[in-house]
Design a protein around this ligand. Structure first.
Ligand SMILES: [Zn+2]
Length: 339
């Protein structure tokens, strides 16, 4: 999200508290070599921060391991089988060695040109969110497509069940800070807290840490925090094609923008927002047009597993309140016994 969202986001976020209260409740991997931390170039535009109060009760946090210097291997999780024989599907799965914080997305990072002509990576930011994220998941599921979701920590704590659905359906869960602050305007300490609390919030809400994949809010890359990600071996994601879906709103405009940019670039990482209603409406048609246009979807996964930092897990749990530490999975507490 960028500047244009200021008003919308403020409205959305105040609606969030309300909504939360009401609602709550492949192919063989191809290894990408790890590299030297990529140079960061700041992008224009600032970003407002969501600031609603969490009301949901996420799953309990397991004990966190301290940040390692290298990452242990990620467990292999089998993706659900594809029920649609004519689906767009995933043509290739790539495994990323995030050692040294490689950067992806040519808008800022040009080192790793790993996509072949007509290959696209779909990424969705700022969720999980009511209605819109489930709609995006449904569309992806119907075409057996896997994407990368960059999650806002606070949103994860509002809608842990939706986040669990993202992970259960085989998508890659990356992180996108705790509250979507522009880190270029924060001290190193504050920016570190934003990044780490974002990771811890996913751990607390999902019961598992995100992949070591991170996208800076508003694609602003302060050099100190780029260096910090290097110490944490977390890959950075910019984009090749920004859908500007927060600006266009109308689903047909979002589809035509992405398709026009793809035609021009021929391949790339597409940035969209599952947070946006227009995007949720656009994804089915976008997938249809990708298939008709002969594009192939590549799924990016991490080779290693990220550990959260106990100190920030504790901070998140403290903010969420004492009940959170004892929260159980929702289906073990609330069960439908009659309709
Ligand atoms: Zn964002």
């Amino acid at each position: 999200m960028r500047i244009a969202l200021t008003c919308t986001l403020a409205v959305s976020v105040s609606l969030a508290a309300l909504a939360t209260a009401q609602a709550q409740k492949a192919a063989a991997p191809v290894a990408i070599p790890a590299g030297i931390p990529a140079a960061a170039v700041p992008a224009p535009a600032a970003m407002p921060a969501p600031a609603a109060k969490p009301a949901a009760a996420p799953a309990p946090a397991a004990a966190a391991a301290p940040a390692p210097s290298g990452l242990p291997p990620a467990p292999k999780v089998a993706a659900p089988a594809c029920a649609n024989p004519n689906a767009l599907g995933v043509s290739r799965t790539v495994e990323i060695d995030t050692t040294g914080a490689p950067g992806f997305g040519f808008e800022h990072f040009k080192q790793y040109d790993f996509l072949k002509p007509n290959e696209v990576v779909l990424t969705f930011d700022d969720g999980p969110w009511l209605t819109n994220t489930p709609a995006v998941l449904k569309a992806l599921n119907e075409e057996c497509v896997k994407a990368v979701f960059f999650i806002i920590g606070k949103h994860a704590t509002y809608y842990p069940e939706i986040l669990k659905q993202v992970a259960a359906e085989g998508h890659t869960v990356g992180s996108h800070t705790w509250s979507h602050k522009d880190l270029s305007k924060k001290s190193v300490e504050e920016a570190t807290e934003e990044i780490e609390k974002g990771i811890s919030a996913i751990k607390v809400s999902l019961g598992d840490t995100p992949a070591p994949f991170f996208r800076f809010p508003a694609l602003k890359h302060p050099p100190e925090m780029v260096a910090y990600l290097g110490t944490r071996n977390i890959a950075m994601f910019s984009t090749d094609m920004d859908s500007f879906d927060f600006k266009f709103r109308k689903p047909e405009q979002i589809v035509s923008t992405v398709m026009a940019k793809l035609k021009k670039h021929g391949k790339g990482i597409v940035l969209m927002h599952d947070f946006q209603h227009g995007t949720a409406q656009a994804v089915p048609e976008l997938l249809k047009q990708l298939k008709a246009g002969g594009y192939k979807v590549v799924h990016m996964k991490a080779k290693g597993k990220l550990a959260s930092v106990q100190k920030y897990d504790d901070m998140v749990l403290k903010e969420l309140g004492p009940a959170m530490a004892n929260a159980k999975p929702i289906d073990s507490v609330v069960r439908t016994v009659g309709e």
